[in-house]
Design a protein around this ligand. Structure first.
Ligand SMILES: NC(=O)C[C@H](N)C(=O)O
Length: 331
């Protein structure tokens, strides 16, 4: 029987109604009790009891440390987590736990487990099945899909089908035959060594969604307040305005000051490509770094991790041109 550890962190899945609204209160043991019998040897550790809106870099480190600590004692680890920031946690864990030697599967639910028609039971069962059978990696399992953690995004606020695997197909889906793995595993990272725990990050970054009328001077205000790297969700393929409010000039100035600026797309699907239009090429010439087809969750966590390693702008540009953990498809 496979031995699996449940690390519980809170979220809706563990929440109960209170006068203050839904509050995470159930322990991991209580979650498992409500699941009924499963064909695994399950052990539980409650490491946090938070709504995931309260999960921040400090909690990412704690979760990563626990996974690393128990990696050799179990065949797989399930992390129960709120859905709101689960894709950020999954992305960051992918960088903090390179070459992890067991499957680590994050899951949660849209409705608390103690509600009759909750999606929690199915999602937890899926996560355990994935933790028992997927190759080592960081995954997010939700609503019949197992996705690479660094490619998953929360796309719906209430629907049970809340997550999507962006720009790569899910790793596996549920059918009447059980978990069906996607055979085309080109996107799967190739492990190249021993597991490494590296939780050094610099969270002094910002993620800016460009909109017509955005004042580029606000970027300098951010830097004056301690921001050391910026991801800009630009338009379409990565275009940015340079008439009147000159984003391109601002980016050039920031980069010359040693502030890395990553350009991603506001479009959820497909890649940014700054080479196609003048409005992208100009930014590229100024030194903007393309996020290619990464999710914003992966781009911002990758930037935090890179800054945490003390990389300079050139090193970060090179790092973003590298597929670290399956987060990006490079041409
Ligand atoms: N469905 C959920 O889990 C949402 C909740 N606010 C959380 O992220 O913790």
């Amino acid at each position: 029987m496979k031995k699996i550890l449940l690390l519980s962190t809170g979220g809706t899945i563990a929440s109960v109604a209170s006068n203050a609204g839904l509050v995470p209160k159930e322990t991991g043991e209580e979650l498992i009790k409500m699941l009924g019998k499963l064909p695994y040897e399950i052990q539980v550790r409650d490491i946090l009891q938070l709504d995931s809106s309260n999960i921040q870099p400090e909690e990412w480190k704690l979760i990563a440390q626990n996974i690393y600590k128990y990696r050799n004692d179990y065949d797989g680890i399930v992390v129960s987590h709120g859905t709101d920031t689960m894709a950020y946690t999954a992305s960051m864990l992918s960088f903090m736990l390179k070459n992890i030697n067991i499957p680590v599967v994050l899951t949660g639910s849209q409705v608390p487990i103690n509600v009759v028609l909750s999606d929690a039971h199915d999602n937890l069962r899926l996560a355990f099945a994935a933790a028992a059978s997927c190759p080592p990696d960081i995954y997010l399992a939700f609503h019949n899909k197992v996705m690479l953690g660094c490619r998953s995004v929360k796309v719906r606020t209430t629907n049970f089908d809340a997550f999507e695997s962006v720009n790569v197909p899910p790793v596996a889906t549920v059918s009447s035959d059980g978990l069906v793995f996607n055979k085309d595993d080109d996107f799967q990272k190739k492990h190249d060594g021993n597991p490494v725990l590296n939780t050094k990050i610099d969270a002094h970054v910002s993620l800016v969604k460009l909109f017509p009328g955005f004042d580029p001077n606000l970027l300098f205000a951010m830097v004056d307040s301690g921001c050391r790297g910026i991801v800009i969700e630009a338009y379409g393929l990565g275009g940015m305005n340079f008439i009147r409010r000159n984003m391109v000039a601002a980016i050039g100035k920031l980069i010359r000051q040693g502030i890395p600026v990553v350009a991603s797309s506001q479009c959820l699907y497909e890649r940014s490509d700054l080479t196609k239009y003048e409005v992208g090429r100009e930014a590229l010439l100024e030194g903007a770094i393309s996020a290619c087809d990464m999710t914003s969750e992966s781009a911002i966590t990758k930037l935090m991790w890179a800054l945490g390693q003390g990389m300079n702008v050139n090193e970060i540009a090179k790092f973003f041109g590298t597929n670290v953990t399956g987060e990006v498809s490079l041409k």
